[in-house]
Design a protein around this ligand. Structure first.
Ligand SMILES: [Zn+2]
Length: 391
């Protein structure tokens, strides 16, 4: 159990778990290491390390890797996070399609994610996702430990339930983690997609070692993930970061999926550009198609893209002023349209944000994906469950 409050007595079982956690964290950051190296680096005694390692091997979190042959004598086996014997899964649920991928406990993905079209109702959604994960579970000789699920919209993290998703309303009030766990027979956990992007960037992307940064996710909607003092900012009910539903067009704005008018995501998203393209072509254009139309030059959307970029800069400047992050990572396929777009957004943020806040902040394109974030989330969940962060 993870504890949020203070623990006043330290029990022997807790000490054991703390030792396991220390060994696990050391191997996550410095591995592979032999038992003797773990003892030396951690300051724990050899018997304590052996006991902790035995428990972690039994839980499937560690494995013994082949050590390189030494000139003389048998080399000590190296310990590492389980990668060849254990796998976890990551799912990113999104408006047009979902992605499913597997990875070792080091977070390295086993190839490109499998893409499946997002079905029209929730029962079918759980069905296609279960089938996709089962396909990956069929790998021979692997222990399947768990699955992380990235979900758009408001997510009640305490009850692992979708609350309000303006763009995928079929998940409202639903528990994809509980339903997939029942279908697949493995531990599943749910995380909000902006939180997933924060974890992906910090675990495997450009935010390694950063404790204060933001990820602005600009897709069909606009979401914000915030890492503050090394922790994801969740807010009172876990609903923080909904910058996409801040009103920026006070009158005459378009209707948003949330029911209001003139929200940021109606003017600063892929779907905003798709709306403009649709008006030009006199037909419906979806967010995936508009990127290709604009990138290929099939439709001239230069002025429309500049308008979207202008509102995107308003969003980024708001994040810079409000949270004073070290870096704002922007996650969006809009940058695939025009390589110069990020530079123009940064220039406009510089005109809108408070100069001292802007001066200390970098604005970069995000590298991580929601699938990677779902993988990072389930790995953190599993390692916390075996070796809880008890202070
Ligand atoms: Zn809205």
């Amino acid at each position: 159990m993870k504890t949020n409050g203070a623990v006043t007595t330290i029990r022997p079982a807790v000490v054991g778990k703390l030792n396991e956690r220390q060994v696990l964290r050391l191997l996550q950051t410095r591995g592979p290491l032999s038992r003797a190296e773990v003892a030396r680096e951690s300051g724990l005694s050899a018997p304590t390390v052996s006991k902790a390692v035995a428990s972690l091997l039994k839980a499937g979190l560690l494995e013994e890797a082949d050590a390189p042959e030494l000139a003389r004598g048998r080399p000590a086996p190296k310990l590492r996070l389980a990668t060849s014997s254990t796998q976890v899964f990551g799912i990113a649920i999104d408006v047009a399609h979902c992605e499913v991928v597997s990875a070792g406990l080091d977070g390295v993905l086993h190839g490109e994610p499998v893409k499946v079209a997002t079905p029209g109702n929730y029962t079918e959604l759980i069905g296609v996702l279960s089938d996709a994960v089962r396909g990956l579970m069929a790998r021979q000789g692997m222990t399947n430990l768990g699955c992380g699920i990235s979900l758009p919209g408001l997510v009640d993290s305490r009850h692992a339930r979708g609350v309000l998703s303006p763009n995928i309303p079929m998940t409202n009030g639903r528990s994809p983690a509980a339903d997939l766990a029942a279908s697949l027979g493995i531990e599943c956990m749910l995380l909000q997609e902006s939180h997933a992007l924060c974890l992906a960037e910090r675990s495997y992307g450009l935010a390694r070692g950063l404790d204060d940064f933001a990820v602005l996710d600009v897709g069909a909607g606009v979401g914000l993930g915030l890492m503050v003092n090394g922790r994801i900012l969740k807010g009172h009910s876990g609903l923080a970061g909904e910058i996409g539903h801040v009103t920026v067009v006070a009158s005459g704005g378009r209707k948003c999926g949330c029911g209001n008018f003139g929200c940021l995501e109606t003017v600063a998203s892929d779907s905003a550009l798709a709306y403009h393209a649709g008006r030009k072509l006199n037909r419906t254009v979806d967010a995936d198609e508009v990127i290709e139309l604009a990138r290929s030059g099939a439709v001239d959307l230069t002025a429309e893209l500049d308008e979207v970029a202008g509102y995107l800069a308003i969003g980024v400047a708001g994040v810079v002023n409000l949270f004073n992050p070290q870096v704002v990572f922007v996650h969006t396929p809009l940058f695939d349209i025009d390589p110069g777009l990020l530079g123009r957004v940064v220039e406009q943020v510089g005109q809108r944000a408070l100069p001292p806040s802007f001066a200390g902040c970098r604005i970069q394109r995000a590298e991580g994906s929601k699938c990677q974030g779902a993988i990072a989330g389930i790995i953190q969940h599993l390692t916390d469950a075996v070796a809880p962060d008890v202070v």
